[in-house]
Design a protein around this ligand. Structure first.
Ligand SMILES: CC(C)(COP(=O)(O)OP(=O)(O)OC[C@H]1O[C@@H](n2cnc3c(N)ncnc32)[C@H](O)[C@@H]1OP(=O)(O)O)[C@@H](O)C(=O)NCCC(=O)NCCS
Length: 170
């Protein structure tokens, strides 16, 4: 399977909107925005433009099949840290796309001088935890009952991180 990876750009807005809106509701439930709000999607793309969010997209043929973001900021006390989020279209899962997206993001993060990448997810998002473990992340914390899932049931929040120290392994 030939999959291409490239940085997400503002010109990808419509492609990205259709892709993310096509994902299962569960996959978007834990995002920080409502993907069905045009305003929220505009704001997302503004952050891509400003560099506050680093994005990579995966395409196959002309179709988008996955994306990954790292959110950063320039505050003096957290500028070395970035938060990662990603999703792969269900038919393409389990074929290495998520891992490749993460590796692309890490290489951009490393070039930007980030030292630590973290991710937060509901404990039920087990594929994400498996993938991040395989990439060298470790579980930093499990916050009991911090999440309501898409069915309104309480779940635990897992925080995982990858610390490059001085040397990235990606
Ligand atoms: C998490 C997600 C992005 C993984 O994408 P993917 O393309 O299926 O992942 P990959 O095929 O690259 O797998 C990467 C590694 O994780 C492992 N993995 C992936 N899904 C797994 C699962 N359900 N159970 C166990 N291991 C799994 C793979 O075996 C692989 O390890 P390997 O390289 O040693 O074989 C995808 O499942 C997804 O989009 N989930 C919904 C959204 C989500 O949870 N996002 C994460 C929020 S941070």
């Amino acid at each position: 399977m030939t999959v291409n990876f490239r940085p997400m750009q503002v010109a990808d807005k419509e492609l990205f909107k259709s892709f993310i809106r096509s994902l299962p509701r569960k996959d978007n439930f834990y995002l920080m925005v409502n993907v069905h709000s045009d305003q929220a999607m505009d704001s997302w793309m503004e952050k891509i433009q400003s560099g506050e969010t680093i994005g990579v997209i995966a395409t196959k043929g002309g179709d988008m099949i996955g994306y990954g973001n790292v959110k950063i900021n320039d505050l003096p006390w957290t500028r070395h840290v970035g938060e990662i989020r990603m999703s792969v279209s269900p038919p393409y899962r389990g074929r290495g796309v998520g891992k490749a997206l993460a590796e692309q993001l890490f290489s951009i993060a490393r070039a930007r001088g980030l030292q630590k990448i973290w991710a937060r997810m509901a404990i039920s998002q087990d594929a994400a935890q498996h993938m991040l473990m395989k990439l060298g992340f470790r579980t930093e914390a499990v916050l009991s009952g911090f999440v309501k899932n898409e069915n309104g049931l309480t779940d635990d929040l897992v925080i995982m991180s990858y610390d490059s120290g001085e040397h990235w392994s990606f």
